[in-house]
Write a protein that binds this ligand. Sequence first.
Ligand code: ADP
Ligand code: F6P
Length: 479
Amino acid sequence: MSIPKLVLVSNRIPISFSTEDGELKGQPSSGGLVTSLEPLLKVHGGIWVGSGGTEDSPQIRKILKEASGDNPYKFAPLFLTEEEQSNFYEGFSNEIVWPLFHDLQSRCNFDPRYWEFYERVNRKFADAVEEASSPDDLIWIHDYQLMQVAKSLRDRRPGARLAFFLHIPFPSPDIFAKLPWRQQILVDLLAHDLIGVQTGRDQRNLIACLRCFVPSVKISGRDKGRVVVSEHGRTHIEAFPISIDFHAFNEQSSSAPVLDRVQQIKTRTHDIQIAVGVDRLDYTKGIPERLKAFGYFLRNYPAFHRKVELIQIVVPSREGIPRYDQLKREVERLVTHVNGEFSEPGWVPINYIYRAVPRDELIAIYRAADVALITSLKDGMNLVAKEYCAAKTEANGVLVLSEFAGAAPELRVGAILVNPYDEVGVGAALQRALEMRPEERRRRMLRMRHLIRQADIHTWRDRFFEALEKTAAAAEVHS
Ligand code: ADP
Ligand code: F6P
């Protein structure tokens, strides 16, 4: 397979900036997109185009230059105005598309001004890509913030190779219908040669929306890969469930610093089993629902008092958007409530950590945890589920996973699936997980580890590029 020169485009570059004690600092951007794509660019090289925030400065450029030092890829940052950041990122991306695509339409704020900025900033990204790339490069655009970049580029470079991957779910026509700009978004997406989505369900939903809202297109092909012919040409649509760098997590989990840290954690918790939750602070992750279910569990299964602890790690996200600030308060209230109701001297049932934790620490907690409790209300994939399994080199943990996470169709081979809205069901699943015998834990975990090892991030990239090659070959036949 020939590997093209890659220009990767995402809303953020993998380093974000903040000022601490008057000093500008760069830290890894949080979220699944960076976790999955960074290892690829490290192997493959290329250019990463994305926003570096709202303020350019020589200091930022210096941090980026140092960060790309040993990397085979380079950054091509662009900078947004405060007004663009507020209307494009916080507004259209995160107050409209994010809730709508996660089936939470009642949380949308369909402000028409946001749309103006979405179009404008997508054109700005297209300008930056044009400047950073050559006509033969493969331009690979990522995620829901950038659904119109390809349209702008296609107008300027009709022969460009344009691919897209959507990291979040694609909703059904009943939900998508609420978007005032529904037809425009779909038509503009068809400027790509290839559109990848996370699951078969997302693929079916996207095809169903095209049938409903852009009836002029012709759709052919089978479930695996559909071809849509529109005024822009041919667009291939296929599901490519994203993954992690399995070997990196697997190996780091057996490193000396991680094993030392696991020992410390185990010494502290002694004969208490650990359940873990790891999430960006986002209402789609079902954190309040999980805390309520944990409270229900402690109330109804008193035999587990002093026998289980939930370590809930939350990384701050999208601070400044009102829904996210409300969620932070709600989570804090629930943690206090459950701990207030059940804590005893020597046992606090919820250990709440609100910050980004280093990779060694995260993997040590995964490794030490008997159960991972993932209760997303809806999730594109949920890489935490895959990271937990990859860190479990001794195959001794249980994954309790929301049936509404994109990871569920794959990980059902070993996970206990739950409906996150059903606290009785989640409570029963937790009981089952904590009481599961070692042989069953092992059998289930080995199945999941096998699957993730086979379908890791490098396989994901190869499948995507192979589909792209086939798409190019088919386009030639039809031209
Ligand atoms: P999303 O893409 O919606 O953020 P994912 O579960 O797919 O959700 O990915 C989240 C990523 O963020 C994972 O790689 C996870 O390890 C990382 N992460 C989540 N919480 C933290 C935290 N507190 N500290 C460090 N990394 C975190
Ligand atoms: O997976 C969805 C996503 O928006 C990714 O693009 C990113 O990994 C993560 O959530 C973090 O979001 P943000 O960049 O808005 O902090």
